[in-house]
Design a protein around this ligand. Structure first.
Ligand SMILES: [Fe+2]
Ligand SMILES: [Fe+2]
Length: 379
């Protein structure tokens, strides 16, 4: 690891936080403690960590399930949609360095593909690709672990009894997702990477917030919106049958989770909260969208294969223009922007910021709760 470059990277991120502070000091104050732990103290690099959650657990002794009927429908749908991880064909022989008709991802999705830095040796490139999707799938796994705990927190923190019952099914779903991704990564790929620092910051921020709606906004809308896009992208490109099978099952669960988030927040943000709080949430969502957009800079791949060949700045420039990042940005925002609109957080006040990011065009697409499974699979 190059210490000078690490320090430069940390300074750049602190500058980003300064920009955030100018945009909304309250949101910056909420996110900065998590950013310091992720970017400066690098707590995501530890093997284990405890994060304190100060939310209230909301008890309801009436057990009244008369609220939003969508929660009841989702709850029943979740029962019908359960599947057993053991039923997947785990005896499939997976070759993580196959770049032919069983390739896990096509070579054109290597972040350096097409650049002058990309090796001309196909055998070497196969090894690099192995790390590229090992890194990406590891981030999926870490997001799933975050989702498991966030789902548990929403069960406690949501004020609606129907939402608590549905949330219990999401806990089971996320446990299964952690199980299948961990098994695939550890047994089939043998490439488990640590959590990326941007993802760590977002997970930390929603975990340590006292507000129940931030748990939903951060996890069900933002991280799971991104996950739906990213899983769909992998599903579209992978030719490896075990992974394709696994992703299809996971995506069918994730669609319910995002729908749950939309149902939980829609009326709350449009009818119940003050203008001031809604504006803060618009800004929180925007800042997190920027963090998630920068989530896959593949520094881990640079460190392993390119550290002595490309400066950090040049690496970032090349990645930002790579095919895989274009695909990731598109898949992230095609899911996220319509969801933010559905919950009332894409107002005229915040729209210019998304316009500047070049992603406002996605607002006319359907929100995840309105998409069929085949539409979700066609990412
Ligand atoms: Fe999940
Ligand atoms: Fe989920």
């Amino acid at each position: 690891m190059n210490i000078k470059e690490e320090i430069t990277g940390a300074i750049n991120r602190v500058e980003d936080l300064g920009q955030m502070m100018l945009r909304n000091p309250k949101v910056a104050a909420d996110l900065i403690p998590s950013a310091v732990k992720g970017y400066v103290l690098q707590q995501g690099k530890n093997d284990t960590i405890g994060i304190v959650s100060p939310h209230k657990t909301f008890y309801d002794w009436t057990y009244s399930n008369e609220g939003n009927p969508a929660f009841r429908e989702l709850y029943r749908k979740a029962y019908r949609g359960q599947w057993n991880a053991e039923d997947l064909p785990w005896d499939t022989n997976v070759d993580p360095e196959n770049m032919g008709d069983l390739a896990i991802l096509p070579e054109k999705l290597h972040p350096m593909y097409g650049s002058k830095y990309y090796s001309k040796d196909p055998k070497h490139n196969m090894r690099e690709m192995h790390d590229v999707y090992g890194f990406l799938l590891s981030q999926f796994l870490h997001g799933e672990q975050g989702a498991l705990y966030a789902a548990g927190m929403t069960v406690e923190a949501t004020p609606w009894f129907g939402a608590k019952l549905y949330g219990a099914t999401q806990v089971v779903d996320e446990g299964r997702h952690v199980e299948v991704f961990a098994k695939y990564i550890i047994e089939k790929l043998e490439r488990l990477y640590h959590v990326n620092d941007n993802l760590f910051v977002v997970i930390h921020a929603l975990n340590s917030s006292p507000d129940w709606d931030i748990k939903f906004l951060g996890m069900q809308i933002m991280i799971e919106g991104l996950a739906l896009g990213a899983f769909g992208l992998f599903y579209k490109y992978t030719k490896e049958p075990l992974l394709k099978n696994l992703l299809k099952l996971v995506i069918s669960d994730e669609a319910r989770h995002v729908h749950y988030g939309v149902e939980a927040l829609r009326d709350y943000y449009t009818k119940e909260v003050s203008d001031k709080l809604r504006k803060d949430r618009e800004d929180w969502a925007y800042e997190v969208a920027v963090l998630l957009r920068n989530r896959f800079m593949f520094y881990e791949i640079r460190e392993k294969y390119y550290g002595d060949k490309i400066s950090r700045e040049e690496w970032e420039r090349t990645i930002m223009n790579s095919e895989i990042m274009k695909e990731f940005r598109r898949s992230l925002f095609t899911r996220l922007i319509p969801n933010l609109k559905a919950i009332g957080l894409l107002t005229d006040r915040i729209r210019p910021h998304y316009e500047k990011l070049g992603v406002i065009e996605y607002e006319t697409m359907k929100a995840a709760d309105k998409l069929s499974l085949s539409e979700l699979l066609a990412a």
